[in-house]
Design a protein around this ligand. Structure first.
Ligand SMILES: [Cu+2]
Length: 491
């Protein structure tokens, strides 16, 4: 197999990523409209106007100011908060279930279903004690309903079609009305043909702030939903029949590098609220110092129940709140720890190519498929190099690995983003501060290019490597691998 030309590869990667990053920046800087909508008068708007395609792609970035009821609004990652209308002391929200065009990251779009023009739908944000009316208009071709997940309400508003109410037929609007008796991080989603409707993206966050405020205030409050999608390469509709082998793993229906970064100032307290409506549990891991797990659907827990962790599993159908005080500035990875959940689409049924010299096969296949490139002999990292060199993949799909850092490919996709901690990030400023500038004396650096450098203790090596990358191990017939020799244990 031919070794890639690293200098050319790097150049092309940088060129390729410039376009990608431009797209990401546009998305990330365009999420946030002012969240205090309490004074907005929308009462005389007709239905078409009251439930427009939302403006987040057009809205300028804005600092979040406190709501007139005293709470700090959440920042929905890559998302938005639904404005409401006050009607006789009732906060009225209007959701519209509809088909939408959605982009997971530049290069991957699909016909999805969502609410008010987006997946996830807009965040509903209210205060404990509020009375709310939730209008739901069905613009889909099949019946739907909305379940207010985790919310303490009369059974007739729980939203399970057939059990709690007749389904909302296409064209119909239903009203749900109740008083909020609790606070916490919650969700909403359909409870009619939910396998299909959730697989297509129908879900949203429902945040209830405590009426009495919070004993330990937070400076930033992020929220997102975890989801998975079977959007097979070359197709434009998610496949709802898939149960395990998903192609896309998302935070708020976006994959890295299109997921917004989380930003904060050193010393600030950040809360991250996460809900899971996917088909897998996700161990969410934050680099830097440990966080506290402080809450769930059940609201913010008493302080003696807070737990110090670095990874927290968000189970299917669960919510978890974590809180974090940044002590070290820098760019910190924040991702699901299931290694396949930080990857883009890939086949799961191919034979394992690791350690296999495929150069002969490659030459044979090129006779039929010019430009075919074998991959995987030394690991999968070369995939991002192939992508950077412009090797075309199927239509409408993302590379298995993508994302570019200041030192090279990050080789992640899916459920991955960066928490950016800066000493000089202004309070309430959510704009991306750019790549971290590392102090020269506080960064790992190369001390040798010789594979035989030093005299490290090694157990059962294949032999002293002589040059370049690791020699491919060869195993004489009839012998067990040295690493599998159990008589060596404990030596
Ligand atoms: Cu995961």
């Amino acid at each position: 197999m031919e070794k890639p030309d690293y200098s050319r590869r790097r150049l092309l990667q940088l060129a390729g990523s410039a376009g990608l990053l431009a797209g990401v920046t546009r998305t990330a800087s365009a999420q946030h409209e002012g969240h205090d909508m309490s004074t907005m008068d929308m009462s005389d708007m007709n239905m078409e106007k009251a439930a427009p395609t939302p403006p987040p792609e057009l809205a300028p970035p804005a600092a979040l100011k406190r709501h007139s009821q005293g709470y700090l609004p959440v920042r929905t990652l890559n998302g938005w908060t639904l404005p409401y209308t006050m009607k006789g002391g009732v906060k009225e929200f209007h959701l519209v279930a509809e088909e939408i065009e959605h982009e997971f990251a530049p290069g991957s779009r699909a016909k999805c279903w969502g609410y008010n023009g987006t997946t996830p739908g807009p965040t509903i944000e209210v205060v404990e004690g509020d009375r709310v009316r939730l209008l739901v208009t069905n613009r889909l071709g099949e019946p739907t309903s909305v379940h207010w997940h985790g919310i303490d309400l009369p059974a007739g508003y729980d939203g399970v079609a057939g059990l709690n109410q007749p389904a909302i037929k296409p064209g119909e609007t239903f009203a749900y009305e109740f008083t909020l008796k609790q606070h916490g991080t919650h969700m909403y989603h359909p409870h009619a043909d939910e396998m299909t409707q959730m697989a297509f993206g129908m879900m949203g966050l429902f945040i209830i702030h405590p009426k009495a405020g919070e004993e330990v205030p937070v400076d930033r409050d992020y929220a997102f939903l975890l989801h998975n999608w079977a959007l097979h390469p070359g197709t434009y509709r998610p496949d709802p029949a898939v149960m395990q082998d998903f192609d896309l793993w998302t935070f708020n229906s976006k994959v890295f590098p299109a997921i917004e970064n989380l930003v904060m100032r050193t010393g600030e307290r950040m809360r991250i609220r996460m809900g899971n409506l996917s088909m897998w549990n996700h161990p969410i891991h934050l680099h830097s110092n440990p966080f506290w797990v402080t809450g769930s659907d059940g609201g913010r827990w008493p302080r003696n129940q807070w737990r110090r962790e670095v990874t927290e599993i968000v189970g299917v159908g669960q919510m978890r709140d974590i809180e974090f005080i940044a002590t070290e500035p820098g760019d910190w990875a924040f991702h699901c720890h299931m290694a396949h959940h930080t990857m883009g689409p890939m086949g799961h049924a191919i034979p394992n190519p690791a350690g296999v010299d495929q150069s002969g096969v490659e030459a044979e296949i090129r006779k039929f498929l010019p430009g075919y490139g074998a991959m995987g002999q030394f690991g999968m990292a070369e995939h991002s190099g192939h992508v950077a060199m412009g090797l075309p993949g199927p239509d409408n799909t993302l590379p298995m690995m993508t994302g570019e850092g200041q030192f090279g490919p990050i080789e992640m996709g899916g459920m991955f983003t960066v928490v950016k901690v800066r000493d000089d990030q202004k309070a309430g400023d959510y704009s991306d501060p750019g790549a971290y500038r590392y102090p020269k004396h506080l960064i790992a650096k190369k001390v040798s290019g010789d594979p035989d450098f030093g005299d490290p203790p090694r157990r059962n090596p294949y032999g002293k490597s002589t040059s370049g990358p690791l020699a491919t191990p060869t195993m004489p017939k009839g012998e067990s691998m040295p690493g599998m020799d159990h008589s060596q244990h404990g030596r």
